[in-house]
Design a protein around this ligand. Sequence first.
Ligand SMILES: Cc1ncc(COP(=O)(O)O)c(C=O)c1O
Length: 385
Amino acid sequence: MIPLSVPSLKGNELKYVTECIETEWVSSAGPFVTRFERDVARYLEIPSAVACINGTAALHTALLLTGVGPEDEVVVPTLTFIAPVNAVRYVGAHPVFMDCDDWLNLDAEKLAEFLARECEPGDRGLVNRASGRRVAAVLVVHVFGHPARLAPLLGLARQFRLPLIEDATEALGSTYEGWDGARRYAGTLGDVGCLSFNGNKLVTTGGGGMLLTRDAAVAERARYLTTQAKDDGERFVHHEVGYNYRLTNVQAAIGCAQLERVEEFIRIKRENFAAYRRCLADVPGLRLIEEPPGTRSNYWHYTLVVDEDRYGQSADTLRRRLAERAIETRPIWELNHRQRPYRDCHAYRIEKAVRYHARSVNLPCSVGLDPELVPEVARVIRERA
Ligand SMILES: Cc1ncc(COP(=O)(O)O)c(C=O)c1O
């Protein structure tokens, strides 16, 4: 069986976890939590990182931090894992679904069109004319690790005075090369960025997440909200509703060990992607989604787009054929504007996402994937061509 994606825990993970057990620091206080936050912040060249229990909790907190509240609206991609959309509902707000571009990321042109044509200034900010609700934020996801087109997206956020939240849960270590003459990491450019360390992510803690911010006051508030909003830690006085969203020392210990290998993981992901590309380049009707120009993707997932007419087989048939050879693949997530809880929400001119949803197949991409298996997977894919 060639799995879609499994973690690699062959570094210092066991050593650091053993340290937690031996010192009996296993809960949400402990040296590894602070160290993991410091290591992530240092790696991503951002002043503050706040560890959370998972990426969804980080997203929920990010929405609270940017002032999104009940009956607001947040622009989100329809093509993404559902977690950021659910987080919008956790704060009582409503998603407005946006289409994707050819890298599967939120379409900047359509967002510009929506904000300019469908919204108008109101007393409390920008208002969606169709619903009468305030548009309170834009939530961008770096889908499958490929950096979204943040330059125009941030320009729009500034123009319309909207906070921009980056869901970089899939994009740890992905970068913009030459942003204002420097390298910048996905998740560090918006108002708040979110990471996930779920088992399937590039770097895992089993379950975990992180909030990223350049603003020390925002980081402090994030720490406050994610630790039950304690105003007096001794007498347990709370002036606000808080959350039990802190990461544990054991999880952070795994994270510290994983992060030591992050650049090695990205190198392997990129090399295996290049191998898939070489093996499949001449097959008519197949296209692998590549990193956008001016970026370095961590290539968390390898997405193959199948043009049935030219390839001669649908994405679903190809998946079935690969499964028969014990090669695990995945379709991309059901589009969120079609999910039961969100069918009544505003969906703005969704076109490309529908096409990509029907045609895409995610190929095996574990960091431990034996490079010799790539031509084998490619051979099965080519058989039909
Ligand atoms: C785009 C996206 N956002 C949010 C999450 C949620 O992260 P977590 O599973 O750590 O809650 C995930 C993955 O799990 C994701 O892929």
